[in-house]
Design a protein around this ligand. Sequence first.
Ligand code: AMP
Ligand code: ZN
Length: 476
Amino acid sequence: MRIYNSLSRTQEEFLPIEEGKVSMYTCGPTVYHFAHIGNLRTYTMEDVLEKYLRYVGYDVKRVMNITDVGHLSSDGDTGEDKMLKGAKREKKTVMQIAEFYTQAFFNDCKKLNIKMPDVIEPATNCIPEFIRMVEQLLEKGYAYEAGGNVYFDISKIEKYYVFGDFTEDDLEVGVRDSVEEDGNKRNKADFVLWFTKSKFEDQELKWDSPWGVGYPGWHIECSCIARKHLGEYLDIHCGGIDNAFPHHTNEIAQSESTFGHKWCNYWFHVHHLNTNSGKMSKSKGEFLTVSLLEERGYDPLVYRYFCMQSHYRRNLVFSWENLDNAKNAYEKLVAKVAALKPEGGVDSEKFELGKKKFTDALDNDLNTSLAVTALYDVFKLDTNDRTKLALIESFEEVLSLGLLAAAEKYSADKKSETASDVSPELLAYIEEKIEARRAAKAAKDYAAADAIRVELSERGITLIDTREGTKFKIEA
Ligand code: AMP
Ligand code: ZN
């Protein structure tokens, strides 16, 4: 598989450290509010990556943190604490907010068929791990204390701006007008490892530390949680593109300075979902959530399909019109799947042919839109429906569009629609025949029972024996 690595800014062959195994780390949500569908684009594409790695045979261990402390409104460690902001908004405690929005996040993930990571670790569970790394960084001379806080000194490392295009001016992004420069910093891009002189008098969550009572900075969380569960060498780290700087840049600075070697080989960044008016963000007040999509009558899996149609390294523009187009395409796809009859055996040659298109697409830097084309190509294959269904089932291990369940529902709805169109006279006639057939069968008069089936069949009525009794279908 070839994948774009943000670190080298090229596509590379994906080769994990240990044969057959992949260690994968994902920056989890900051749980001060609902996730917006932009956040969920990132998690959806990461889900496809994880599932594809499993599909091609890797044993993946995926770890995700939950940010429930330390993330300030600007990623450059200034502004208000996001969790505190959420607690104030809802007049609850920080932990109540964290619990509620963590649950809400995983509910959204479930609706989007996003698999749960193997390990989910809230930051507040790992305070000793954070303290240990900060101590190591101080010992090795990469960190300093100033004004009560502990900072990472970026001038102590050879190369800080590892992702290229960023400069310290990018730290201004997201900073509100009211934010003052932190005079304790030696370099503008230095970042906080541990806050003790809290800027927030009413900071709820505080822990004892060698530097006084305080709380961790946001970036240290991911370095330490990844180390706790995946060790000091990581295959792949994922996140949204806004995380590359400063968050991931800082993670690399901390981890590599602590370990004394390269930490993570591949960096996978998903580009943003934007609206016509710009980047989607929670701080802008109104934002799009999965619940809002549902309220407006969209199946969340239509949104997943919408995400699949574009490459993860391109910005994607959301509009209701674009979502409607995805909805129409998705519904047509479901109808096509529902029309397949599982007859015959799987033709393994044709199966491999169909599958190759799919793996070629995903091997090419996770090209999901080509993978969706490969899915459409299944219907054009010169083979039986059983083979087509087997291919769809196989692709669904990665795409997870819920096509088979939706097709089943589509067929069932169609059946009940047909039944409700029947005139009362015809319905009475069919029910009488069904009852007569049941009685004939009970009396072991199979010839009579068969004759009834034939009589109905001549009128275009098919009987279907189910566990709940005999149902019928009328040809349109
Ligand atoms: P947060 O909950 O703010 O920490 O963000 C969770 C994830 O969503 C991170 O990986 C972000 O990089 C990502 N993200 C934030 N905004 C967007 C967006 N508009 N489109 C796609 N991903 C985003
Ligand atoms: Zn992170």
